[in-house]
Ligand binder design. Sequence first.
Ligand code: SF4
Ligand code: ZN
Length: 324
Amino acid sequence: MKELFELNRKYRDNAVLKKVRKPRIWKEKEHFDGKVKNAMVIILRTRGCRWSHLSGCTMCGYFKETYDAGYEELKEQIDYAFDRYNREEIVKFFTSGSFFDEREIPFELQEYALEKFGNAEKIIVETRPEFVKNAGRFDYPLEIAMGLESANDRVLEYSINKGFRFKPWLREARKVKEYGKRLRVYILIKPPFMKEREAIEDAVNAAFMVKDIADTISFNPMAVHGGTAVEGMWSRNIYRPPWLWSVVEVIKRTGEFYDGMIKCDVVAGGKSRGAHNCMKCDKDIIHAIEEFNLSQDIKVFDKLDCECREKWLDFIEMEEYMMG
Ligand code: SF4
Ligand SMILES: [Zn+2]
C-alpha cells in the first residue's frame, strides 16, 4: 500500500541514527537437540536492512542501530566478536538486516565470519527471502531465520508493509530446506490495525501454515520501537501491544499441532511498550514463557492465574462490539 510505504519512509527519514560502531554481544541459553545449550549473540553493525532503506516494516526500529561499516571495519567487528567467543554451542549472527545481503556484508566476509565460528553446533543468521539463495553457497550448520510475521497477505501489506507476500516467501523458505539447512520462522504477535482476537488467530494461522517446514517457530509479541509508525499509533492510544494472556494462548495452541521448537522472546515485557497484562502478574507470566523456551514443556502455563484473566476475556469480547 503506497500510503503505508510512504509513512514508514517518513519515519525513517526523520529518525536520528545512533551510529554505534561496536557489535553488541551477549550470552544466553537456548534449547537445542533436547538440551539447554550456551549461545552467543552477535549484532554486527552494518548498513542495515535493504527494505528499511526503501521504506521498512511498520514496527521495525532497527534502522536506528545501523552503521555503514566498510570492509575493514566489518572484519574488525567479526574479530572483536571472535575474541569474546567461548566455544558456545550456538552462535547467532544478527545484523538488523540480512546476513546474506552482500550490500550489508560482502560475500568474503560472510565466509570469513562463518568459517571463524564454523565449529559451533549451530550458527543462526537472519535474512529476508530475497537473499536466501546465497545460503546455498555455504557448508556450515546453519539455521536460517526468516521473518514472516503473518501468512495473511492483507496483513503483510496493509498492516506491516512487509514488502512481500506469503507465497513467494514460502518458495524461498522451501529453498532453505533444499539446501539442507534448518529454518527458523519469526511470527509477529499483534501487528497494528488488529483486534486482540484477530491477532491471536493470525499468529496461530501463520504457525499452522509453516508447521511442515519450520524447525523452529519464534513468536515475537509486538514491542513498540522508537521512531516507527507503530510508535505513532501507540502514543496516540490507538494501539496496545498484546496481552501476555494472548501470547500464552498462541504458544499453547501452536503446541497442539506443531512438533518443532517453539520460542518466544518477550521484548519490553510487562512494560506499556511491550506485551503486558495488569502489571501484577506480568513477571510470573514472562518467567513461565522463559521457562517454556528452555523446557518446551507446555505445562509451565498450567499454574498461571490472575484476576486480570477475566479482564482480558472481557476486553476481547468488548472489542468485537466496539469496532466494525
Ligand atoms: S522487520 Fe526485518 S524486514 Fe522489516 S524493516 Fe526490519 S529488518 Fe527489515
Ligand atoms: Zn494480572
